[in-house]
Ligand binder design. Structure first.
Ligand SMILES: [Mg+2]
Length: 262
């Protein structure tokens, strides 16, 4: 029998190693120049979770609440770094729970998580991916349109807008920045993200797209071949889909935020 000792973080399914330092910075600046050149019709698309937003603090808070509810002190001490991808069993193990206890509690965790993860209350804990606030503000300053396209459901709009405000992201509203969300949680993310392509075409010219899901960044590259598509090598759903050849990966937006300092 395979024990939970075999649990390991998901591999990054990039086409190549993530760009770092000057290479990453050059890529981000190239997208900025395209936005500037094609403004005001230029559109830069940004996914939220694991692209601009680190939701591991939300995941850890849910795990701590679960630990409190079930009398599991190891889980009550769960930290964001214990989450390495979407596998909650790995997070439980990293928090110090035994293999036997993981088996005992895993089925109860799923509904507990589901009731909380997609809520404005818990998403208030979200933090920006490094450099993401600085970069999205720079894109907005070009005069291009910023479009956040997220698989979060409309129910989370208020909480998501609050996070934009509190963390300093360009605020959606008007025609310079928009937030497109799933009408309901039940619509599949893959279908939804492709469905939105037509809406994006009507808004202007897509010059850049950023998404951590290989399926979704590949979809943008197919739908908008002239756009600069960038994969965020953070985490992704547990599917064996690789980022298409030619799509560069970055780990975060740090290279842009630190420009001029190295
Ligand atoms: Mg995402």
């Amino acid at each position: 029998m395979i024990g939970y000792g075999k649990i390991s973080p998901p591999s990054v399914l990039s086409a190549g190693p993530p760009l770092e330092g000057a290479s990453a910075r050059a890529l981000l600046e190239r997208a900025l120049r395209r936005a500037e050149r094609e403004a005001p019709s230029a559109i830069a698309i940004f996914d939220l979770d694991s692209t601009l937003i680190d939701n591991r603090p939300r995941q850890a808070a849910i795990m701590r609440a679960f630990g409190a509810a079930r009398g599991l002190p190891e889980l009550e001490r769960c930290e964001p770094d214990h989450w390495q991808g979407w596998d909650f069993r790995l997070a439980m193990k990293n928090a110090g729970l035994s293999d036997e206890a993981i088996r005992d509690h895993e089925s109860a965790f799923k509904p507990f998580w589901f009731e909380r993860f997609f809520t404005s209350e818990y998403c208030a804990l979200d933090q920006p991916i490094a450099g993401a606030v600085e970069y999205t503000r720079a894109v907005a300053d070009t005069g291009a349109q910023l479009v956040y396209v997220t698989g979060r459901p409309e129910d989370m709009r208020d909480g998501t807008l609050n996070v934009f405000t509190s963390r300093g992201f360009p605020q959606p509203g008007g025609d310079r920045a928009r937030l497109i969300m799933k009408p309901t949680l039940m619509e599949g993310d893959d279908i939804y993200k492709i469905r939105v392509h037509d809406e994006l075409r009507e808004l202007g010219q897509v010059v850049a797209a950023f998404d951590n899901e290989p399926t979704h960044i590949n979809g943008y590259q197919d739908g908008f071949p002239a756009a600069l598509c960038v994969h965020l090598a953070t985490d992704h759903s547990p599917r064996d889909v690789r980022v298409a050849e030619g799509i560069p990966s970055i780990r975060d937006f740090t290279a842009f935020a630190r420009r001029g300092s190295d």
